[in-house]
Design a protein around this ligand. Structure first.
Ligand code: ATP
Ligand code: MG
Length: 409
């Protein structure tokens, strides 16, 4: 392991005793990467790590998650179990996360033993909507008008202050649009607050955006940043549905989205990846919706479309390796496959796999629940044929539903 001096990150300083110096910057292939969380993001990160010759250990509260079958070691334990965390720290050289809803105490404990990238402090900011919004606003990044809400009374006055359509979002533990309630100024604050059943929330003005986009940026220990191409996202029921790359936006908007994301990465001092989700206004203005300090669902297409995938870049950034090039090899459309698709039976994979330029990824989840992300596919396209590729991808997802072909006969 090579150690680089200098600390321009917010990685926690920690005692240097223990099996390895916690300030070590570079972990070469052969080292063990510890991933907190064992979902599909951990699985694809583990695959990227394995193909670079790393060993992988995952720790999660649930057993047998999608990442476990791709890891050398799996720990099943509560994130509050300090003995298990100590054993995990002993088994790995560097720790990263695949989701941000990890108790900060666990990350802080691990930081005393092993480098944690992103740091507990970065994860703390990104796992709490209040801290995240305040971080963005205080640093001059554009956000939707919002109010912090701690009670039904505060909600009532915020609704009348913002005086527009709004969304009430839990401060913690929201994902895929869960923990959100749409409100209008005349709605009853007391019943909305009761329904949300959260100790703290953000009331945010509903933005009449023209489209949504996201940018994934990698930042290294040495402070280098590199953004992936801007991707255009369409959500359905609060869940990402389709991502198209490159986003068909004015070039000045594309540059601005990448500049904002790099600036966020620098201000946060993140080591690893940071994803910024944007609302794009009709006039090209950008509003940052939220941040994720990890690989992102909207970046799954990078497995096929860019020179380096988001997962390989995550591994490189976390391990202190040079960042890989992110130029597009092809444009493409990524479509999520939710559990709903399994409603009448197993989808027709053969039909999908016969399609030229289509790459299918299934996460190995056993139970296809409604709204659960079971897999995705990416259909490569020439940029000129973006709308056709989108149409075809959506059509294919319909066609593979069990019984869909016989229905049409
Ligand atoms: P995820 O973590 O899966 O991205 P989430 O639960 O954190 O989801 P958000 O990203 O806050 O949720 O919201 C999900 C989607 O809901 C957004 O991508 C957007 O389509 C819509 N949405 C959220 N906030 C607003 C807003 N203020 N105005 C308009 N639409 C919004
Ligand atoms: Mg989101």
């Amino acid at each position: 392991m090579i150690k680089i001096e200098g600390d321009n990150t917010n990685e926690a300083p920690a005692p240097s005793e223990g099996k390895s110096p916690v300030s070590a910057a570079i972990f070469l292939p052969g080292a063990t990467i510890g991933i907190l969380g064992s979902g599909q993001l951990g699985r694809m990160s583990a695959m990227a790590a394995k193909s670079l010759g790393y060993r992988v250990a995952v720790l999660d509260e649930v057993a047998d998650g999608p990442a476990c079958s791709c890891a050398d070691l799996s720990f099943t334990a509560s994130f509050d179990d300090l003995d298990a965390l100590a054993r995990f720290a002993e088994a790995v050289d560097v720790v990263t996360v695949e989701f941000e809803n990890i108790p900060i105490g666990a990350l802080e404990f691990l930081e005393t033993r092993v480098p944690v990238r992103p740091s507990a402090s970065v994860v703390r900011t990104c796992q709490d909507r209040v801290l995240e919004k305040e971080f963005l606003q205080n640093n001059g990044f554009p956000v939707a008008p919002f109010r912090v809400i701690n009670s039904a009374e505060e909600l009532a006055s915020a609704l009348s202050e913002l005086n527009s359509l709004c969304i009430l979002k839990t401060a913690a533990l929201g994902y895929d649009g869960k923990g959100q309630i749409s409100l209008k100024p005349s709605d009853d604050a007391a019943s909305a607050w009761k329904q949300l059943a959260a100790p703290r929330a953000v009331l945010e003005q509903r933005i009449a955006f023209a489209s949504e986009a996201s940018v994934i940026c990698a930042r290294t220990f040495a402070g280098e940043t590199l953004c992936f191409p801007v991707q255009a996202n369409v959500h359905r029921n609060g869940i990402l549905d389709i991502t198209t790359v490159p986003a068909q936006l004015n070039p000045s908007v594309l540059v601005k989205a990448q500049e904002i994301t790099s600036a966020i990465a620098v201000k946060l001092g993140v080591i690893g990846l940071i994803t910024a989700e944007f609302f794009v206004m009709e006039n090209g203005d950008l509003i940052v919706n939220e941040l994720a300090p990890r690989p992102h669902n909207s970046g799954h297409h990078t497995l096929e479309t860019t020179m380096t995938s988001q997962f390989a870049q995550h591994v490189r950034a976390v391990c202190g390796l040079p960042l890989g090039p992110v130029e597009l090899r092809s444009s493409g459309v990524m479509v999520n496959l939710l559990g709903d698709l399994w409603q009448s039976g197993e989808p027709d994979w053969e039909l999908l796999l016969r399609e030229a330029g289509l790459f299918l990824h299934l996460y190995g989840k056993r139970e296809p629940k409604a709204g659960r992300k079971m897999g995705h596919f990416t259909l490569l396209s020439s940029q000129a044929s973006h709308p056709e590729a989108q149409k075809r991808a959506i059509e294919l997802r319909e066609l593979i539903k069990y019984g869909a072909e016989s229905d049409r006969l």
